[in-house]
Write a protein that binds this ligand. Structure first.
Ligand code: HEM
Length: 456
């Protein structure tokens, strides 16, 4: 007991010293309410964590990788056992996998880490979509987030070609045909991406984009994203109350939990779990390198992208969908996501109060899932319009009917409860339900002023 008291006192004094001398309270992120100690409030931080792992593992891979299409990498001959005619980019990847100590763990975890980062960014996006975190005052956070998602996909696209496998080369060519059909941007991007039109030119540009240009853009966007987050604070729980404030003031922050060390250690715990899981999976299921570009002995290499682009590939397989139309559809989806905060104008954030956007979000998810599974099962197989209608229309119809029924039931129950409480009239645009425990855990927010106060 006495030891415990002494230990805690010493730790507190030590921490007080570090806080004072480092000026930490001034530069650390703002404190957060107690109810945010749940993984669902920090999905973005998980993406940051995944990004950091990619940076560290990518820098280590740079020690061995050679972005060249020439078969001049002597270490490859030694590693393969014969003098190989494979391009240096493929050979150096082979060398990392088979000869560098822990190289297989490093490369496999970098690849699976990329999958995890994209998956977590999609989870973060959908969480924000369903809980309406894009509403005032977080419109710009949402828009910068959309650009971050694009940059993340760009990292995946450019990284896919780097091992220089025939599979990746085929898929990259299809992707480039689509990207270069972008109206206005396509012709401008063309010379920039294709360089001098040689395969070396393309590989060099993809390499530069993957290790320098996109990471820099991602870093800058992330800075803006976190600065906006810091300025507005975390979004309160989704609610049916349109008068609930959406922002904590800094005076209220003083009652919240400090970022350092509490939230930081909370994140570190999840970060360590993430790295442990990633390394475990990479050790159990190491990546196997497909054959290299130009291997004349290889036959039947399919054209298939990684899972996150399968949906675009299937879209081009639909009869009547030209590359230009596919690019057009993708752009409409993108613009919808980008400008969502200005399309959904209601003040309620709870998904049960936003049936139209709930249906649209479900349709979007159904569309991506369906096309991805379809693309994985039947890559390159042409699909007739009636097959498309047979598969996609039922998803959309069932989704719309189910959401509409739930909404009708919810509103009817609400009106009954109002009537039982003797309140005959529903204020226009307001049907406040009992606030959730999470909301009442943040007393400052229930003292409502419509738009949230400015920082003090
Ligand atoms: C590389 C991708 C991304 C990273 C690293 C990232 C990172 C973060 C971080 C660290 C936060 C603070 C809260 C949290 O941890 O959840 C956050 C919040 C936020 N993000 Fe992202 N984000 C990314 C992508 C996106 C996307 C795709 C969107 C939506 C289109 C988005 C929209 C938002 C919004 C609206 C907030 C404020 C949410 C709140 O206050 O609860 N982000 N993001």
């Amino acid at each position: 007991m006495a030891f415990e008291r002494w230990f805690n006192r010493t730790l507190n004094r030590l921490w007080g010293f570090v806080e004072d001398r480092s000026g930490m309270p001034k530069w650390a992120l703002r404190p957060q309410p107690e109810f945010t100690f749940k993984p669902s409030y920090w999905t973005g931080a998980f993406v940051v964590n995944a990004f950091l792992y990619q940076v560290v593992s990518g820098l280590l891979l740079l020690l061995y990788y050679q972005p060249s299409v020439n078969p001049t990498y002597t270490a490859c001959g030694q590693a393969v056992g014969t003098l190989s005619a494979a391009p240096a980019a493929w050979c150096s990847t082979y060398y990392i996998l088979h000869s560098v100590p822990m190289g297989s763990l490093l490369l496999s975890s970098h690849l699976y880490g990329a999958y995890a980062m994209i998956f977590l960014a999609i989870v973060h996006f959908y969480r924000g979509y369903y809980l309406g975190v894009y509403k005032a005052p977080r419109e710009f956070s949402w828009m910068v987030g959309t650009l971050l998602l694009l940059a993340t996909l760009g990292m995946g696209f450019t990284g896919y070609l780097l091992p220089y496998t025939q599979l990746a080369s085929n898929a990259t060519n299809v992707g480039l045909v689509l990207a270069l059909r972008l109206p206005y941007a396509g012709p401008l991007l063309g010379p920039f991406i294709l360089a001098d039109g040689t395969s070396q030119g393309l590989l060099s540009r993809m390499f530069a984009a993957h290790v320098l240009l996109i990471p820099l853009a991602l870093g800058a966007l992330l800075y803006a994203h976190i600065a906006l987050f810091e300025s507005h604070g975390i979004a309160p729980p989704a609610t049916s109350d349109p008068t609930q404030r959406r922002r904590f003031t800094h005076a209220e922050d003083k009652k919240n939990v400090p970022f350092m060390p509490h939230i930081f250690f909370y994140m570190t715990k999840w970060a360590l779990l993430y790295v442990g899981l990633l390394l475990g999976i990479a050790a159990l299921w190491p990546w196997e390198l497909p054959t290299y570009v130009g291997n004349l002995a290889a036959t039947g290499v399919v054209t298939e992208p990684d899972w996150y682009f399968l949906w675009t590939f299937k879209l081009v397989d639909f009869q009547g969908v030209t590359p230009v139309l596919a690019v057009g559809i993708t752009n409409v989806i993108l613009l919808f996501i980008l400008f969502l905060p200005f399309l959904d104008r209601s003040k309620r954030t709870h998904p049960r109060d936003r049936p139209v956007f709930l249906i649209l979000g479900n349709c979007l998810m159904g569309f991506f899932l369906m096309l991805s599974v379809w693309g994985g099962l039947t890559p390159g197989v042409q699909i007739s319009p009636d097959q498309v209608a047979l598969r996609l229309v039922p998803i959309f119809v069932v989704n719309a009917v189910v959401v509409a029924l739930f909404y009708w039931r919810y509103k009817r129950n609400y009106l009954h409860r109002l009537a039982a409480a003797g309140k005959a009239e529903v204020r226009p645009g307001a049907y406040p339900l009992p606030t959730s425990p999470a909301v009442s855990a943040a007393p400052a927010l229930s003292a409502a002023t419509p738009d949230g106060g400015p920082r003090d």
